[in-house]
Design a protein around this ligand. Structure first.
Ligand SMILES: [Zn+2]
Ligand SMILES: [Zn+2]
Length: 330
C-alpha cells in the first residue's frame, strides 16, 4: 500500500526484487500503524506510487543479500523506525547508532512494511522472541521501545516515582513498563475516564490533567515525579507539568512537534530539572525491550486489519478511535 499523489493509500503491485549487499528481504507478517507514518502519508509524492509507509514491521527473512552475517533465511525479525546504521560515520564510530548520519527512516525515506514483502538493511534488524506473536511484537518495535528507553535512559532506579503523561498508543505501554520495572507509577491524562484503565495497567496513582495547576499540586502532594515521560506531542501540555517534577528530576519528551517546551531558568538552576528527548533506540536495545516485555507481560492492546484496509485502519489510528494500536496483517 503506497501513498498516492492525493495523500491516500493505494494498492500497488511491484516486481519482487533481490536484496542488495547488506540487506535482507522479509515476508511481512505484521506491521503496526504509528502516528509517525504521517511523515509519509502527509508528504504527497511527486510521482506515483509514493512511499510505502510502516515502521513497526515483523517478518520472516526469505532472502539474504551479499555479506549479511548473523541472520539466516527463516529468522523472524523486526524493523523499527531507524532502518539500520552505517557503521562508518562519526556517531557510529562512537557507538551511537541512533544518531547515525547515514540511516534510512523506515517507511519515510525507504519503503516500509505496509506490504507483503519488504527489503531491510541487516544492521537494523531486531530478533523477535519465540513467545511474542508477530502482531503483538510489531507495536513494541516503535511505541514499545520509545517508552521503554525513555525510562531506561532517564537514570531512575526501581522505586522512583515515574509519571506517564498521555494514556494512548505510547502511554498505555509506558505505564506497564514503569510498573513492571518496579517504579511508583503515576498515569496522567485529561479527564477521569481513563483512571480505572490506568490502574488496570499498573498505575499506582492517576492524575487528571484537565486543570494543569491542580495536576501539579497532586504531583507535589505525591512528592513530585522523578521522571515525567511526555508522550503527547504538545510542548505546552508538558511545560505545564514541570512544576510537578521533583528536584533533579527529568522531563523526557518522546512525542515530537514544532510546539516548544518552556522551562524557567530557576527550575533549571535552583531545582536541577533536566529536559530531554528520546528517539526510539538501537536494534540491540530493542531486543532488550522485547525480552523485558516478553518476560514481564508488557503487551500492547491491538486491533488488526488486513493490508487492503490500510486506509481505514490509518484513519482509525489518526482519529484516536483505535484502542490502542492498529496492526496490518497481510
Ligand atoms: Zn513509530
Ligand atoms: Zn552511521
Amino acid at each position: 500500500m503506497a501513498v498516492a499523489a492525493d495523500g491516500s493509500l493505494k494498492l500497488v503491485h511491484r516486481p519482487l526484487r533481490d536484496p542488495e549487499a547488506g540487506q535482507v528481504r522479509l515476508r511481512v507478517e505484521a506491521c503496526g500503524i504509528c502516528h509517525t507514518d504521517g511523515l509519509a502519508v502527509h508528504e504527497h509524492p511527486e510521482s506515483e506510487p509514493g512511499m510505502v509507509p510502516g515502521h513497526e514491521v515483523v517478518g520472516v527473512i526469505d532472502a539474504l543479500g551479499e555479506g549479511v552475517a548473523g541472520w539466516q533465511i527463516g529468522d523472524r525479525v523486526g524493523v523499527g523506525f531507524l532502518g539500520g546504521h552505517c557503521g562508518a560515520c562519526d556517531p557510529c564510530r562512537r557507538g551511537d547508532f541512533v544518531r547515525c548520519t547515514d540511516q534510512s527512516l523506515t517507511g519515510v525515506t525507504v519503503d516500509g512494511g505496509y506490504a507483503e514483502v519488504m527489503i531491510a538493511r541487516a544492521s537494523g534488524l531486531v530478533a523477535i522472541p519465540e513467545s511474542l506473536a508477530s502482531d503483538v511484537a510489531a507495536p513494541l518495535l516503535c511505541a514499545g521501545i520509545t517508552t521503554y528507553n525513555a525510562i531506561i535512559k532517564a537514570d531512575v532506579v526501581p522505586g522512583a516515582t515515574v509519571a506517564i503523561q498521555g494514556i494512548g498508543g505510547l502511554g498505555h505501554l509506558g505505564v506497564q513498563y514503569a510498573h513492571q520495572m518496579g517504579m511508583r507509577t503515576i498515569a496522567i491524562a485529561r479527564g477521569t475516564e481513563k483512571a480505572e484503565f490506568a490502574r488496570e495497567l499498573g498505575a499506582d496513582h492517576y492524575v487528571d490533567a484537565q486543570d494543569p495547576a491542580a495536576a501539579v499540586a497532586e504531583l507535589n502532594a505525591l512528592g513530585g515525579a522523578d521522571l515525567i515521560v511526555a508522550t503527547a506531542a504538545s510542548g505546552a501540555s508538558s511545560s505545564a507539568l514541570i512544576a510537578g517534577i521533583a528536584a533533579n528530576g527529568t522531563l523526557m519528551v518522546v512525542g515530537a512537534s514544532s510546539d516548544p517546551v518552556s522551562v524557567s531558568t530557576s527550575d533549571l538552576v535552583m531545582r536541577g530539572i533536566r529536559v530531554r528527548g528520546s528517539l526510539t533506540g538501537s536494534p540491540i536495545e530493542n531486543e532488550d525491550n522485547l525480552a523485558f516485555a516478553a518476560r514481564h507481560g508488557v503487551r500492547p492492546m491491538i486491533e488488526t486489519a488486513t493490508l487492503e484496509d490500510a486506509a481505514p485502519a490509518y484513519e482509525r489510528m489518526s482519529s484516536g478511535a483505535a484502542r490502542f494500536r492498529m496492526v496490518l496483517v497481510p
